[in-house]
Design a protein around this ligand. Structure first.
Ligand code: SF4
Ligand code: SF4
Length: 182
């Protein structure tokens, strides 16, 4: 059983409770959201690393990566050797109106040519503009965050360990030489 005006009291109680809570409404675009650094905003292409292996285009579930290339023959350095051929990239584009941001292309790229950038402000009024060609994809590279720092407890990378050992050996040899000449 409810007494007269109980509905109003309940409503006011809800209003008061809500008024004292911290607001969760984001005032975008006046206030930029604080996104995690690994946010999947847009895909960037490091063209120099791409060997046109086509893995990303083949694995993309949406078929929204377009790659064109041609073969170039490089003359052999040695007259007894065979001439080498290599792929030259003519076009690399991603249609972000189809992309579902699954990240498979980035995962499968064996040459570290694709990266996530947290940039997300590239809405367009013309859907065709959402196909980013390679120059635009290359530009996104400037917005890719640096990789996270190595875990201090992690094993030293092989390349660094080898370089350090070589430097230590050289320093020891130089010190021995300096000691012998005194
Ligand atoms: S994120 Fe997924 S859908 Fe988008 S281009 Fe890469 S593989 Fe295709
Ligand atoms: S998987 Fe990587 S290297 Fe291969 S075509 Fe795609 S971006 Fe280029």
């Amino acid at each position: 059983m409810s007494f007269p005006g109980s509905g109003l009291a309940k409503g006011l109680a809800v209003t008061l409770r809500t008024m004292t809570k911290k607001t969760v409404t984001a005032q975008y675009p006046d206030v930029q959201p604080e996104l995690p650094p690994r946010t999947r905003g847009v895909i960037a292409l490091l063209e120099e690393n791409c060997t046109v292996c086509m893995l990303c285009a083949r694995e993309c579930p949406d078929w929204c990566i377009y790659i064109d290339s041609h073969k170039e023959t490089l003359p052999a350095a040695d007259p007894n050797a065979r001439a080498r051929t290599r792929n030259v990239l003519d076009r690399f584009a991603i249609d972000f109106s189809l992309c579902m941001y699954c990240g498979i292309c980035i995962e499968v790229c064996p040459f570290d040519a694709l990266f996530w950038s947290p940039e997300f402000e590239y809405a367009e009024t013309d859907i065709l503009e959402l196909t980013h060609e390679r120059d635009k994809l290359r530009e996104w590279m400037w917005t890719v965050p640096a990789p996270p720092a190595l875990d201090p407890a992690a094993e030293e990378p092989k390349e660094i360990a080898a370089a350090r050992k070589a430097a230590e050996k050289l320093a020891a040899a130089a010190a021995a030489e300096a000691g012998g000449s005194e």
